[in-house]
Ligand binder design. Structure first.
Ligand code: B4P
Length: 191
């Protein structure tokens, strides 16, 4: 199996690049953001709980997200690899992911981190908020809160993978196609 984490702050282009990566490499796309939004759309109890956190720019509790990832694995037993997008977002999630992959006798091959300045990120998210209908993208205060949460809870995840020599930084500003070429260059060296 080939397992890739696409890492980076909100709006860094994880969702955008994921579509091209899964198409080129035949990986199964696991976006916890998308899975949570599907739960919200279906008004499930999990979705209702998640919405209250997401609307405030907070992370959804670890146990909720980890349970959701575990059942996603159950539904994709034949996957030849996964692209993790927006997960793990805390060290507890990273440890849980290591354990779940261990059970499948596999592990993370690499973490590609999209590097984008905060001003560019705010611009992108406010812009997306005009059309996406995502309540967490329309309010600059909520967007800034998401960055603060990222800095406190998610940046330590980078350390977790740097310690294993699996962390690669990629310039995430510029044309979408150029960024995808940089990503492909790194994946091609490993796959
Ligand atoms: P996510 O769905 O993961 O969303 P995101 O971080 O906002 O977006 P992403 O980085 O994918 O941005 P995109 O490519 O779309 O999370 C949403 C919320 O869900 C979180 O805040 C949290 O509450 C909850 N959640 C999710 N996972 C969780 C977890 N594991 N644990 C706990 N809670 C969790 O790009 C953004 C915009 O930029 C788009 O409009 C795009 O068109 C544009 N763009 C992309 N690339 C560009 C480029 N190169 N140039 C210009 N614009 C670009």
């Amino acid at each position: 199996m080939f397992n890739l984490i696409l890492f980076g702050p909100p709006g860094s282009g994880k969702g955008t690049q994921s579509d091209s990566i899964v198409e080129k490499y035949g990986l199964v796309h696991l976006s916890t953001g998308n899975l949570l939004r599907e739960e919200i759309a279906q008004k499930t109890p999990l979705g209702l709980e998640a919405k209250s956190f997401m609307d405030k720019g907070q992370l959804v509790p670890d146990e909720v997200v980890i349970g959701m990832v575990d059942s996603y694995f159950d539904k994709h037993k034949d996957a030849k690899g996964f692209l993790f997008d927006g997960f793990p977002r805390t060290v507890a999630q990273a440890v849980a992911l290591d354990n779940l992959l261990d059970l499948k006798k596999t592990s993370i091959n690499t973490v590609l981190a999209l590097d984008v300045s905060e001003e560019e990120l705010v611009k992108r998210l406010l812009n997306r908020g005009k059309t996406s209908g995502r309540s967490d993208d329309t309010n600059e205060e909520v967007i800034r809160k998401r960055f603060a949460v990222y800095s406190k809870e998610t940046t330590p995840v980078a350390k977790h993978y740097k310690a294993e020599n699996k962390f690669i930084s990629i310039k995430g500003e510029g044309a979408v196609e150029e960024i995808f070429e940089s990503i492909s260059g790194e994946v091609d060296k490993l796959i």
